[in-house]
Design a protein around this ligand. Structure first.
Ligand SMILES: [Fe+2]
Length: 306
């Protein structure tokens, strides 16, 4: 695809009609107005009660889609309490999500069981502990050909205490940052804004250092994609004033009391379906008899029709 020079930086050209084109303030302001008018103001607005996530009625499907179109996410609440990983998979399939990212820690079929691990390799990865996880999008360390565009988080058992999530539509984060200063977006769309240093993992062996943008526009769907982590270890930000200012503004936004940051806790039978929005997780404590268990399915596809 053609590339354009903007402020001396290489930017992928986005469609001239795209609200994400920084040179098209008119398309942006139209999109912005609609986005803010439609955005939910609390987590309750995200929740749809469904009878069986594996086989949604057309009304239930439409109710979930309506929320996803507004803010890239929806939460279903169901009486499906079984420990059965086909639940998230069958749910996802009804939204065009087919291509799972087979994380090497995931079970064979590519769905991860997120629970506190008693030992082994998983123990060294924060998701498999009871510790808090900072703001991120899933798979921020994946190479572009394995970008995570959507995911499902399905709760089998919740923690005795804690384990809440905060959620934020990454398009709203884009919007609020662009309102604050469009230069933040120029900085965060740079191809070398964020670098994952060289590391070793058991799936791919030595992975070379890898740079990429925080925000990018998916050429095929003209949709906004975000890679981000608030972690300070295993991540290097471009050391220029514009990037550091933009990262600081994003951190400040995510630490604020914005009405667009939704706070919720998934209870058994509930799940989050989203276009890989920003999220975090609070620390938790388990009931030893019934430890917290979530299934996580990550997809290369974006939710169809969103
Ligand atoms: Fe995550």
């Amino acid at each position: 695809m053609p590339e354009a020079q903007i402020d001396g930086q290489q930017h992928r050209a986005v469609s001239p009609m795209s609200p994400f084109d920084l040179n098209n303030p008119l398309a942006y302001s139209r999109w912005r107005e609609e986005k803010l008018a439609a955005a939910p103001r609390c987590a309750e607005e995200l929740i749809v009660e469904v009878r069986d996530p594996r086989a949604l009625s057309s009304t239930e499907h439409e109710a979930l889609m309506q929320r996803i179109r507004r803010c890239n996410m929806a939460i279903y609440a169901s009486p499906a309490l079984e420990q059965d990983s086909t639940i998230p998979r069958e749910l996802a399939r009804q939204f065009g999500l087919e291509h799972l990212d087979a994380n090497w820690l995931a079970e064979e079929e590519g769905i991860s069981e997120i629970q506190v691990s008693g030992g082994g390799t998983r123990q060294s990865y924060i998701p498999y502990t009871d510790r808090p996880i900072k703001w991120h999008t899933d798979g921020y360390y994946n190479p572009p050909e394995r970008a995570i565009r959507a995911m499902v988080l399905h709760c089998v058992r919740s923690a005795a205490e804690g384990g809440e999530n905060r959620l934020m539509d990454h398009e709203l984060a884009y919007l609020l940052l662009r309102d604050a200063d469009p230069q933040h977006l120029r900085a965060l769309m740079q191809a070398d804004a964020m670098t994952i240093p060289e590391r070793v993992d058991e799936r791919d062996g030595v992975r070379p250092a890898q740079s990429g943008p925080v925000f990018s526009v998916d050429a095929t769907t003209d949709s906004l994609h975000m890679r981000y982590t608030a972690r300070t270890r295993s991540i290097e930000w471009k050391q220029d004033a514009a990037t550091l200012a933009a990262v600081g503004a994003l951190e400040k936004l995510l630490g604020s009391a914005s009405p667009y940051i939704y706070r919720t806790r998934l209870e058994p039978g509930m799940g989050l379906l989203c276009n890989n929005v920003l999220h975090d997780r609070a620390g938790f404590s388990d009931d030893a008899e019934h430890p917290r268990l979530l299934y996580r399915a990550r997809y290369y596809d974006r939710i169809a029709g969103s």
